[in-house]
Design a protein. Structure first.
Length: 226
């Protein structure tokens, strides 16, 4: 844990908070009398992360409407983005896992890394204050934020849709071809995208890739998950 504190540039006054942030529910389940898992801290850390990034985007892009700001924030708080932040500080090396989760490769699992990163934010916030938590977030998110700020208009509808939805839930959108017609040299594909048992959009294209991209664009415009 000393190594992790050195890597993030923050030393805990109450190291019990750090232990709690790193404790996956699988270990807490195996040793209930000794460990509290990181789910409550994850809940708190998620709120702090959202506030810090929302405020930063609000100030950076005074000309952007609410919808565009929401899309930018979604790219910064998606599960894949949280995994990137966790990997940047080698957080997986320090997570406390149950034996079964350890054997199944839990240290490299996206959801576990994302949850632990948010829990670590919550722990820093409780151990110090909002400003220290903000500094930690900016340290870890700097590269991703620079990419988003330099390219604020997402050109990949499938990627944008996935980041939006994974900022709400760990479930990723899925695509399925519902019809295919025309001669071999002029095929037409119709694809629908669905998520959480909800069909979000449908697209038609000359390839599966094109039809999926159009379906994602339709889904983003429809926003049926709201």
């Amino acid at each position: 844990m000393e190594t992790l504190q050195q890597d993030i540039g923050y030393n805990f006054r109450n190291e019990a908070l750090l232990v709690e942030a790193l404790t996956h529910p699988s270990l807490a389940y195996e040793t209930p009398s000794e460990s509290s898992d990181n789910q409550r801290l994850e809940f708190l850390g998620d709120a702090v992360l959202q506030l810090v990034l929302t405020n930063d985007l609000f100030e950076r892009f005074p000309e952007f409407p609410e919808g565009q700001l929401t899309k930018l924030r979604s790219r910064l708080v998606s599960t894949s983005a949280l995994e990137e932040y966790a990997l940047n500080i080698n957080l997986g090396d320090h997570i406390l896992l149950g034996k079964g989760e350890e054997k199944s490769g839990g240290r490299e699992r996206t959801g576990i890394l994302a949850d632990a990163f948010e829990a670590l934010i919550g722990a820093i916030y409780l151990d110090s204050d909002y400003e220290k938590a903000k500094s930690f977030i900016f340290l870890c998110c700097k590269n991703k934020m620079n990419r988003v700020v330099s390219d604020p208009i997402e050109k990949n509808p499938k990627g944008e849709l996935q980041e939006i939805l994974q900022s709400i839930s760990k479930e990723a959108p899925k695509y399925r071809v519902i019809s295919e017609s025309g001669p071999d040299h002029e095929r037409v594909f119709v694809t629908e995208v669905f998520w959480d048992n909800l069909v979000l959009g449908e697209g038609t294209g000359k390839s599966k890739k094109e039809s999926e991209s159009i379906a994602a664009s339709v889904a983003i415009n429809n926003q049926l998950w709201l």
